[in-house]
Structure formats: structure tokens, C-alpha cells
Design a protein around this ligand. Structure first.
Ligand SMILES: Nc1ncnc2c1ncn2[C@@H]1O[C@H](COP(=O)(O)OP(=O)(O)O)[C@@H](O)[C@H]1O
Ligand SMILES: [Mg+2]
Length: 550
């Protein structure tokens, strides 16, 4: 920078900076690398990814959000794409792969427009118009879900799980999901609200997927601490304690000099007395069940067993919170203060054997809205992928109940939007028309990729599906299971409206944000953001992205 003759140095020496088309090109490339990485997982015929971390731990998944969470992304623009997946996941729990793939495609077409010297501002303006129009089309295509229509909700759950493993047993899972979500749905005024925090998910390896069940209450992956305790407690009065039933060890090493054996006995007696006092306090409150977040000493276990208190130790914090909500108990921090008022209530607390392990079931809770899903599956990997599938299914059913609106999947809405945008573009005219047309092309990536992943020819399928729409079949999409264009509504491939809405919104916002960047300055730390700006300019693929093309 020059003022008069004197150069003014604004940026520190060595600061890397990339401006204009170079910065845009590099950002677009990084974003597209991310979208290409997850593309092959889209849809029921999508492939899985095996992710291996530095410790050698393996995750096998088809879930876009999970893949992006697990891989190390370094490029700043690539990170923004990962954010798209995150926001989509938070908002709807599903549609993450679609949102990311769509963002990549919007940027690909934007790159072509930039090459034709169309200004980014014009592209962003066109994309905004297009996304508004797309949402308008979506609203028109939306179908109302009748309250209490469990069959439809079940199909929505099935569609979201179609692309996850365990396809054979999906029916059982869909029933469990719909049952769980409808149980916890609450009417607040005229709105229906679903708080998924009310659903606890417990996993237990072993048994078939079909053994996955819903439990009205809370399940702890813990057995009672002592054989002498009752296995089964009716009318349970439950104490939730976040303190150890142990004699505190001192922080510093201390040595106690004992001169004669009676002193040792006195010392041990004192310890026993302290533990006994703690147990008495619990007993005095009227509790017959104790769930402790910390440890329970052997001697304390013995006293608790003698008093007939069913006790569990080292419960998870999240389970403690769910228990508090379900039973109405208050989590107390120290034994001394515990009173009857702090106790929670449930009809039955019992130990049951699940697979090879024993678990604690707390059922008939004070708050009937508390439900748990106990996931079963042959191996750990199966159980984990099932949990991800359940997460998606629970989320879509929640969204469907809350909004009461759905659309057809299988690329049906994308096709409808694309065609509507092509009609709309000439009415806008000018250079923005080109951006709207680009948007129309980009959104076809969903049906195209669904076809491609199913081994179908994307060009043929697109021609066919567009023809069907021209004939007024507005729910025509790619039925990948039958390998042909089909009415997705009739085939029960349905999704909540909010998923498609959010896909459009998140992807067009992210694409626009990335397009507006024309200057990337590596700040602080003396160097470029890792992988962000490789030495020698930003023309090539940043090193951090090298591993993406698996
Ligand atoms: N039977 C089916 N035929 C065609 N498409 C389907 C079918 N079932 C689900 N889909 C589509 O698969 C896509 C979702 O795939 P998925 O891998 O779950 O990605 P995302 O992370 O975007 O949800 C949606 O477009 C959905 O409509
Ligand atoms: Mg999905």
C-alpha cells in the first residue's frame, strides 16, 4: 500500500493473503471436496464409509453428519461446509448429506458463472431469489399430516432409516420410534412440542435388532451393587445422590502412626461408623432405592443391603438428569441434607438380565412421559449405526408431528423446484436469470446422485422424471429400490417439509457466504491457517484436503 512515497505496511511480514478470483476458486474447490466425499452415501443405495482414527478405532457409517464430524477438516471454507451439516442436523436431524451435496453443487455452478465474469454479488442475488422461490414451491407441494396419523409417521421414520443399515428390521424400529415420540409429544396451547431429551437411548450389544424395545421409564446400564439387595422393588422411593458413599481420602499423603492393635480397631470402627451414618441418613429419608453418581464403598454396600435398599453406583450424569425428570427426584450433593422431599417415585425398580449383562429398569415413573429405547444388535458397530439411524428417525418424526407437514422424497421435490425455477428465471431476466438457472441445475443433484448411487443412468432418469412432472405427476421421483421413476407419495417415501426447507436454506446461505469472500488473510500465529493457503499460492488443492477423495 502506498501513500505518497512512503509504503505503509498493514499486514505483518509473511502474512499470506489471497485475493479475488484466486480466493474464490480455492474456497469453492475445498467446499466441493467435502461434498464429493459424502456424495456416494446419499440415499438407500448409498455406500458406507469406514472411518479409522489414529487410535485404530473404526466407525462404519452412512451418515453424512457423522462422517463430517469424524474427519479432520482444515480448510476454512471446508469447515463452513461442515457447519452446514451441523446446522441441518440440529434443525431436523436428517438431510445432512443432501444439504452438503447441494452446497457443493451450488458452488460448482457459481464457479462457472464467475468464469464468465458474472460478479459474485449478482450470483448471490440470483441465488437468494431462487431459494425464496424454491421455498414457495415447497410450501405448495406440502401435504398436511393428520394428527394421530401413525401410519404416515411410520413411513416418515422408514424413509429416514432407508439409507441406514439394518434395513431388514426397519419396521420394528419405526414402530418403536413412532411410539416413543407420540408418547412424549406435548400440547402447549395450539402447538405440539416434542422434546427428544425425554427419550433415553440405551444400547446393549447382543440379541437381534428385532429385540429393540421401548420401555416406559428409564433404563440404567448398571446392576445392583450387592447380591443381598432386593432384585425387585415395588413403590420405589428413589434417592439420587451425587456424592460418594465412601470415606474421603485425603488429598495429601498422610501417615497415621498406630501404636497398638486397639487403636487400629478404633480407626476402622470410626470409618465404619461414618459409612453407617450415611446409610442411615438415606434410610431415614424413606428411600428404598439409591442411585449414586459416584462410588459406594464395600462396607456401605453391605449396610445398604442389610437395609434392603436397591443401590446402583456410578450412574451417568445424563441418566441422573433423566431420572430426576422421570421420577420427580432432586439430585442431592451430600448425604446429610437428604430428606423425604428429595425422593422421586416409580412403581417398579428391578434388575433384568439383558444379553449377558444385568440392567436396572425403572418403570411406571411419576412422569409417564419418560421413555427409553433399548437398542439391541449383534455387534457394537451394528448397534452404533442403529443408534444413528434412530436419531434421524426420532428427529424426523418429531419434526413431522410439530409441523404437521410433509413432502415426497426421492428427489421429487427437487425436480419440481428445478422445473419451477426454470420457468421463473426468464421472468427475472438479466444476469440474475443466469444465477437462478444455475440454482435450478444445482438442485437436480439430489435426484441425479440418488440415481447414480443406485447404478442408474442419471441423464436418462432426469429426462424421465422431468417428463413425468410435465405430465402433472408432481410427486414423481427416483424409486431407487425399483430402479425407475415412480410416484414417491404412493410408495410411501415421504419426509417432513422442514427437512427440505432447511436443506435449501442452509445450502444457499453457506454457498452465498463462501461466494462473498474475496480476500482470505491468514491471521495470527505467523502462518497460514493449516491447509488453508499452501505455499506457492492457492491454486491447488490444499494439503489438508488430500485425503478426501476416498
Ligand atoms: N425408497 C427410496 N427411493 C428413493 N429415494 C429415497 C428412498 N428412501 C429415501 N430416499 C431418499 O434418500 C435421501 C436421503 O438419503 P440419506 O443418505 O439419508 O441422506 P441425508 O443425510 O441427506 O438424509 C432423501 O432424498 C430421500 O428422499
Ligand atoms: Mg437421511
Amino acid at each position: 500500500m502506498m501513500t505518497g512515497q512512503q509504503p505503509i505496511i498493514v499486514l505483518k511480514e509473511g502474512t499470506k493473503r489471497e485475493r479475488g478470483r484466486g480466493a474464490q476458486g480455492n474456497n469453492i474447490m475445498a467446499a466441493r471436496a467435502i461434498s464429493d466425499a459424502v456424495k456416494s452415501t446419499l440415499g438407500p443405495k448409498g455406500m458406507d464409509k469406514m472411518l479409522v482414527d489414529s487410535m485404530g478405532d473404526v466407525v462404519v457409517t452412512n451418515d453424512g453428519a457423522t462422517i463430517l464430524k469424524e474427519i479432520d477438516v482444515e480448510h476454512p471454507a471446508a469447515k463452513m461446509i461442515v457447519e452446514v451439516a451441523k446446522s441441518q442436523d440440529e434443525e431436523c436431524g436428517d438431510g445432512t448429506t443432501s444439504a452438503v451435496v447441494l452446497t457443493g453443487e451450488l458452488l460448482k455452478y457459481a464457479g462457472e458463472l464467475l468464469d464468465q465474469n458474472i460478479h459474485p454479488t449478482v450470483i448471490c442475488g440470483g441465488y437468494k431469489l431462487a431459494s425464496d422461490k424454491a421455498k414457495e414451491v415447497l410450501r405448495k407441494l406440502a401435504i398436511n399430516i393428520k394428527p394421530g396419523d401413525k401410519k404416515t409417521l411410520r413411513n416418515i421414520a422408514m424413509t429416514s432409516m432407508a439409507s441406514k443399515g439394518a434395513s431388514a428390521e426397519k419396521g420394528v424400529l419405526a414402530d418403536v420410534v413412532v411410539d416413543a415420540v407420540t408418547r412424549i409429544a406435548e400440547k402447549i396451547g395450539t402447538r405440539t412440542v416434542v422434546d427428544l431429551d425425554n427419550i433415553q437411548i440405551q444400547k446393549k450389544q447382543g440379541g437381534g435388532i428385532a429385540n429393540t424395545e421401548i420401555i416406559t421409564g428409564i433404563v440404567l446400564d448398571k446392576e445392583r451393587v450387592h447380591e443381598g439387595m432386593p432384585k425387585h422393588v415395588k413403590n420405589a422411593k428413589i434417592a439420587l445422590v451425587n456424592a460418594a458413599l465412601e470415606v474421603k481420602k485425603t488429598e495429601v499423603d498422610a501417615r497415621i502412626q498406630i501404636q497398638d492393635p486397639t487403636q487400629l480397631q478404633a480407626f476402622l470402627d470410626e470409618e465404619e461408623n461414618m459409612l453407617k451414618k450415611m446409610v442411615n441418613q438415606i434410610k431415614k429419608s424413606g428411600a428404598n432405592v439409591l442411585v449414586c453418581q459416584k462410588g459406594i464403598d464395600d462396607i456401605a454396600q453391605h449396610f445398604l443391603a442389610k437395609e434392603g435398599v436397591y443401590s446402583v453406583r456410578r450412574a451417568k450424569k445424563s441418566d441422573m438428569e433423566k431420572l430426576a425428570k422421570a421420577t420427580g427426584a432432586k439430585i442431592v450433593g451430600n448425604m446429610e441434607g437428604i430428606t423425604t422431599k428429595d425422593l422421586g417415585y416409580s412403581g417398579i425398580v428391578e434388575e433384568r438380565k439383558i444379553g449377558d449383562d444385568k440392567m436396572t429398569f425403572i418403570t411406571e415413573c411419576k412422569n409417564p412421559k419418560a421413555v427409553s429405547i433399548l437398542i439391541r444388535g449383534t455387534t457394537e458397530h451394528v448397534v452404533d449405526e442403529l443408534e444413528r439411524g434412530l436419531h434421524d428417525a426420532l428427529s424426523v418424526v418429531k419434526v413431522a408431528i410439530e409441523d404437521g407437514k410433509m413432502t415426497a422424497g426421492g428427489g421429487a421435490v427437487a425436480t419440481a423446484i428445478s422445473m419451477a425455477l426454470r420457468d421463473y428465471a426468464p421472468t427475472v431476466g438479466g444476469r440474475e436469470q443466469m444465477a437462478i438457472e444455475a440454482f435450478a441445475n444445482a438442485i437436480e443433484i439430489v435426484p441425479k446422485t440418488l440415481s447414480e448411487n443406485a447404478g442408474l443412468d442419471p441423464i436418462d432418469m432426469m429426462l424421465e422424471v422431468r417428463n413425468a412432472h410435465k405430465k402433472g405427476k408432481k410427486y414423481a421421483g427416483i424409486n431407487v429400490l425399483r430402479g425407475k421413476v415412480d410416484d414417491m407419495l404412493k410408495n410411501n417415501v415421504i419426509e417432513p417439509l422442514r427437512v427440505s426447507m432447511q436443506e435449501i436454506e442452509a445450502s444457499s446461505e453457506a454457498a452465498t457466504m463462501i461466494l462473498r469472500i474475496d480476500d482470505v488473510i491468514a491471521s495470527k500465529g505467523g502462518g497460514a491457517p493449516p491447509g488453508g493457503m499452501p505455499p506457492g499460492g492457492m491454486g491447488g488443492m490444499p494439503p489438508g484436503m488430500g485425503g478426501m477423495d476416498y
